[in-house]
Design a protein around this ligand. Structure first.
Ligand code: SAH
Ligand code: SF4
Ligand code: F3S
Length: 444
């Protein structure tokens, strides 16, 4: 197919909410629409089509979409041909309801159907609204071939597994993303090779339950650890990460890889949600406090300097002050270098939705206390980096002249004075300073 000259291309503005998988999906949607004569723009006012790639995980996340759509009404008055689409998990969860609630929406596409976007866009050009929230048989990843060799940023996401069969009592993901599916090994490898040819040096493997990965490979099945070892063979790929993991799928070979695979970075996001066994049971988490702590000990035995990150929910139905104290204790026992914490948000259709809520003021107070502990811990761990040597992958120029900024092996942001530094370089750096959200380092 001949390239459309840039001046003749229509403009697509995509706004991405939610998790890293949505970031990856937005890139793939941009690629799909490139084939339909669109190029991306950073300015909604210039756009011929606006796509909101949405998140349904908490009530606030979903409501944000409707307020954004409200603001977009004005754009459509100025430009009646503007097409407005909703993609992602709100699209999957609410479907046609979105068009009823906000008639300016022309197109609604779920996360499993976005390879059909070009056909849907064509429909909207004929004045017909388009809705697709199917879980189709065909492989959307295969339908969406990557664009010819455009240069890429040095760090990239690559989805290897999607969906979830765990059904935690609070969570919408099994409904919006569907059942657990793993991509075949050779497809992942081909995509990784393509990324590396375009300048990528670090790949983060994505999945809602990425460590449950079991992709087909020469007739058999391969685990996430097996896949990591396959990626390890790619010359030019220097760093491998993966997210998000479930404690119950942390298999022996993956723990071992943390100790033996030098490209696998010493960082692990392993959400626990609560430190109370009563609450964990009611959350249907299928691990308890003791098994989680034991698991962390085993992982740290394999990789002593591993940086741990987690997710926490406070104010889950029937959480008492004692249950909450158990969570604080667990945090003190485990110590997290990074953490995400949320107040429980009722999601219609999930098992916990019918249960009595914790008093709102009490839940807010617990969230504040939890976040205070987590940020103290985070800062202490960050301060401990001062004096140590780390490798930094440069992602962009810093604010100061001759300064570069990138990520350490432990995912800390590091500023380095390096006038000769280039984006994509990996440099050995000694940490000399720890500020609020970043570290300062000098070249070794
Ligand atoms: N698959 C991942 C993450 C899923 S969503 C996992 O299992 O860990 C990311 C985080 O959002 C969850 O870990 C949880 O802490 C939070 N979350 C999910 N549903 C929520 C809800 N209803 N209310 C508040 N937080 C929620
Ligand atoms: Fe949601 Fe639980 Fe699945 Fe994570 S493991 S995506 S929290 S249901
Ligand atoms: Fe949100 Fe869907 Fe990701 S609900 S967190 S965008 S899987």
């Amino acid at each position: 197919m001949a390239e459309t000259p840039s001046a003749d291309k229509k403009k697509l503005f995509i706004k991405t909410y939610g998790c890293q998988m949505n970031v990856y999906d937005s890139e793939r949607m941009a690629e799909a629409m490139d084939g339909a004569g669109y190029e991306t723009t950073d300015t909604p006012g210039d756009a011929d089509m606006i796509l909101l790639n949405t998140c349904h995980i908490r009530e606030k996340a979903a409501e944000k979409v409707y307020s954004e759509l409200g603001r977009m009404k004005a754009l459509k008055v100025d430009k009646p041909d503007l097409k407005i689409g909703v993609a992602g998990c709100v699209a999957q969860a609410e479907g046609a309801e979105i068009m009823r609630r906000q008639p300016i929406v022309d197109l609604v596409v779920g996360p499993q159907a976005y390879h059909r976007l070009p056909e849907m866009e064509a429909k909207t050009q004929e004045g017909v609204k388009a809705l697709d929230t199917d879980f189709p048989e065909e492989d959307k990843f295969e339908k969406l071939k990557r664009r010819p060799k455009a240069k890429r940023a040095p760090s990239a996401f690559l989805t290897v597994q999607e969906g979830c069969d765990k059904f935690c009592a609070f969570c919408v993901v099994p409904y919006t993303r569907g059942a657990e599916v793993s991509r075949p090994v050779d497809r992942v490898i081909t995509e990784a090779q393509d990324l590396v040819e375009r300048g990528v040096r670090e790949i983060t493997l994505l999945g809602q339950n990425v460590n449950a990965y079991h992709g087909t490979h020469s007739g058999g099945d391969m685990t996430l650890a097996g896949l990591i070892w396959e990626l390890d063979k790619i010359d030019g790929l220097e760093r491998i990460r993966f997210t998000t993991s479930h404690p119950n799928d942390m298999m022996d070979d993956l723990i071992e890889a943390h100790g033996t695979c030098s490209k696998l970075m010493p960082y692990l996001h392993l959400p626990v949600q609560s430190g109370s066994n009563k609450i964990l049971k009611r959350m249907n988490r299928s691990h308890d406090r003791e098994s989680y702590i034991k698991l962390i000990e085993r992982i740290r035995a394999a990789r002593p300097d591993l940086m741990l990150s987690g997710d926490f929910i406070v104010g889950f139905p029937e959480e008492t002050e004692q249950d909450f104290q158990d969570t604080l204790d667990l945090i003190k026992e485990v110590t997290y270098g990074q953490a995400y914490s949320f107040k429980y948000s009722t999601r219609p259709g999930t098992p916990a939705a019918e249960r009595p809520l914790v008093d709102e003021a009490e839940a807010n107070d617990r969230l504040q206390r939890l976040q205070a502990l987590l940020s103290t811990q985070q800062k202490e761990i960050q301060d401990c980096m001062v004096g140590r040597e780390v490798n930094v992958l440069y992602e962009k120029a810093g604010r100061l002249d001759g300064q570069m900024v990138g990520k350490s092996d432990y995912l800390h942001a590091v500023y380095v004075a390096d006038p000769k530094g280039q984006i994509g370089d990996i440099k050995r750096v000694r940490i000399v300073e720890s500020s609020t959200n970043s570290l300062g380092g000098v070249l070794v």
